[in-house]
Design a protein around this ligand. Structure first.
Ligand code: CA
Length: 235
């Protein structure tokens, strides 16, 4: 079955261009023009990925992404933001809100398809079936549940994969580039500082259950997941 790509874009010409390219790449395209229509469609059936325009009438793409990330049913749908804003701070803002990637208009169809493929491939679970517990933090990939006791940790899809990878590979230092390879799967279009954004988000989520200290920053090298309380964390 082909992956279902939802395109939320109010400019008809761009929507058509994306639709044609997604269909040529073998995906099923579902087109809507605003957040309200998108939500109605999502209520009927979940897409496999959302291409979300930043500048939409009524509700902006960024606000809509926030809503999707705060709802358990839609939290893990990958989102690629489409935007005319090339500003670096906007890009970081988009990623911080929970987008998995970010494409600046005008984009080449080839680049967009490559990014869609990369995000879908990342989403594919890599042996996600074993429960891992470290220092009271329990990751249950079957139930999609991360918790300390009864306190659940809510994560977006990238942080979810990142945490699972780190918990499955403790006490080892991974560079940003290695994390991109192992967690993102394809870092042709992803900058290394993207890793820092997601680590920051992951720590923030873990902070709520008092476990953010498990992720250590190793100066000049990368990150390490460790229950060792004496290890350095210098960020
Ligand atoms: Ca627009």
């Amino acid at each position: 079955m082909s992956a279902k790509i939802m395109i939320v874009e109010d400019e008809t010409a761009i929507q058509k261009l994306i639709t044609i390219n997604m269909e040529q790449a073998g995906y099923t395209a579902v087109c809507v023009t605003n957040a309200e229509e998108a939500m109605q469609s999502i209520n009927d059936a979940l897409p496999d990925l959302i291409l979300l325009d930043w500048m939409l009438p009524n509700m902006s793409g960024i606000d809509f992404a926030r809503i999707l990330r705060n709802d358990a049913r839609t939290r893990l749908i990958p989102i690629i933001m489409l935007t005319a804003r090339a500003d670096e701070s906007d890009k970081i803002r988009g990623l911080e809100i929970g987008a998995d990637d970010y494409v600046t208009k005008p984009f080449s169809p080839r680049e967009l398809i490559a990014r869609v493929k990369a995000v879908l491939r990342r989403r594919a679970p890599e042996t996600l079936n074993e429960i891992i517990e470290i220092d009271g933090l329990v990751f249950d990939p079957v139930k999609h549940r991360i918790a300390v006791g009864n306190d659940e940790v809510e994560l977006g899809p990238t942080e979810y994969r990142l945490l699972y990878f780190l918990m499955a590979h403790t006490e080892r230092v991974y560079s940003r580039s290695q994390l991109l390879d192992r967690v993102w799967g394809d870092h042709v279009f992803v900058e290394e500082r993207t890793v820092d954004v997601h680590i920051r988000r992951l720590r923030k989520a873990l902070e709520k259950v008092g476990k953010d200290g498990l992720i250590k920053t190793v100066r000049g090298a990368g990150y390490r997941f460790s229950a060792d309380i004496d290890a350095d964390r210098d960020d």
